[in-house]
Design a protein around this ligand. Structure first.
Ligand SMILES: Nc1ncnc2c1ncn2[C@@H]1O[C@H](COP(=O)(O)OP(=O)(O)OP(=O)(O)O)[C@@H](O)[C@H]1O
Ligand SMILES: O=C(CO)[C@H](O)[C@H](O)COP(=O)(O)O
Length: 290
């Protein structure tokens, strides 16, 4: 944690919607005049696509069938922790991009499945914004959660997460349903052991819940729309959260527990703006005073 150089981390599984949530953050940053430097969790994968395939084969041959991109050991988590702690201390750091597809290849000038070179952050940012798989990890080797000043979890219920992943990976990354199903299965061990525990570290979780039947996510023809879903918003520490203001501003919302509100899916953007804007402004103003 750093008063002077704050860090926001948004954590979610692959397809959970962290890139979508980043878009809402970007709107808040633009409107509030906040100069944020952004990093993607995929930049901290340990292997490029080809080497990951070889490593998977090697791990499987050795009996480690739980190995996947979700696993701690498939990622440079020490490097990620170093970037967080260096930024917190000095406001500097570095990142790179993992290129997933042809569009990104064109943008970054590197073939799909490869990394760009590391590059330093631009000077003078107000905060660091992380979006990815491991923004709130605490294990025997690293404590990434301790460096982030605001930790957000993006966690659709699992059937919906799979539907989102299948549709995104098919449309944007050109994979087949069978290949994606295989990846989902392969990642299940690490999903339970490396992804889920992070959502007890996060300060606020946004959990999208469909209200249409998603019993067989592998044949779903479309992603349930915002109107076909609710979002449960849970605050780790509800002290200081003005629930009556939120419930009065967000039409159709209600409190389901002393630390949780439920909102109609279409109000997610509004809810994020109402909840996050004052938090972001507080982080930035405290950093200017520090
Ligand atoms: N609130 C939402 N309502 C409807 N669709 C959503 C919502 N959030 C995400 N999606 C859809 O789910 C898919 C996955 O979202 P997104 O790309 O943001 O996931 P991600 O967590 O960034 O995945 P990755 O980390 O693997 O890139 C996209 O097709 C996106 O449009
Ligand atoms: O979204 C992901 C993790 O968050 C990807 O699955 C991961 O980055 C590997 O990508 P690819 O299968 O395209 O090599």
């Amino acid at each position: 944690m750093s008063k002077k150089h704050p860090i926001i981390s948004v954590t979610g599984s692959s397809g959970a919607g962290t890139s979508t949530v980043k878009h809402t953050f970007d709107q808040i940053f633009r409107r509030e005049g906040v100069n944020a430097v952004s990093i993607e969790g995929d930049a901290f994968h340990r292997f490029n696509r080809k080497d990951m395939k070889s490593e998977l084969d090697r791990q499987y041959a050795g009996g480690n069938v739980g190995f996947s991109h979700f696993s701690y050991e498939a990622n440079e988590l020490k490097e990620l922790e170093k970037v967080f702690s260096q930024y917190a201390e000095t406001g500097t750091g570095r990142t790179r991009h993992y290129v997933h597809d042809a569009d990104e290849a064109e943008k970054y000038g590197v073939p799909p499945g490869e990394f760009t070179d590391w590059a330093p952050f631009e000077d003078g940012s107000d905060l660091l914004f992380y979006e990815g798989l491991h923004g709130s990890v605490v294990n025997d080797e690293v404590n990434i959660a301790q460096h982030a000043d605001l930790k957000i979890g993006v966690v659709p219920v699992i059937n919906l997460e799979w539907i989102q992943k299948i549709h995104r990976d098919k449309e944007k990354r050109g994979y087949t349903t069978e290949a994606i199903t295989d990846v989902i299965l392969r990642r299940m061990y690490a999903y339970v052991h490396c992804i889920c525990p992070q959502f007890t570290q996060t300060d606020i979780n946004f959990q999208r819940v469909p209200v249409v039947d998603t019993s067989n996510p592998f044949v779903a023809r479309w992603i349930p729309t915002p109107d076909e879903s609710l979002v449960v918003i849970r605050f780790r520490n509800p002290r200081g959260i003005d629930f009556s203001y939120l419930v009065s501003m967000i039409h159709g919302s209600w409190m389901s527990r002393a630390n949780s509100i439920v909102i109609p899916g279409g109000k997610l953007d509004l809810a994020m703006q109402l909840i996050l804007t004052p938090m972001i402004n507080r982080l930035v103003s405290e950093s200017k005073r520090a």
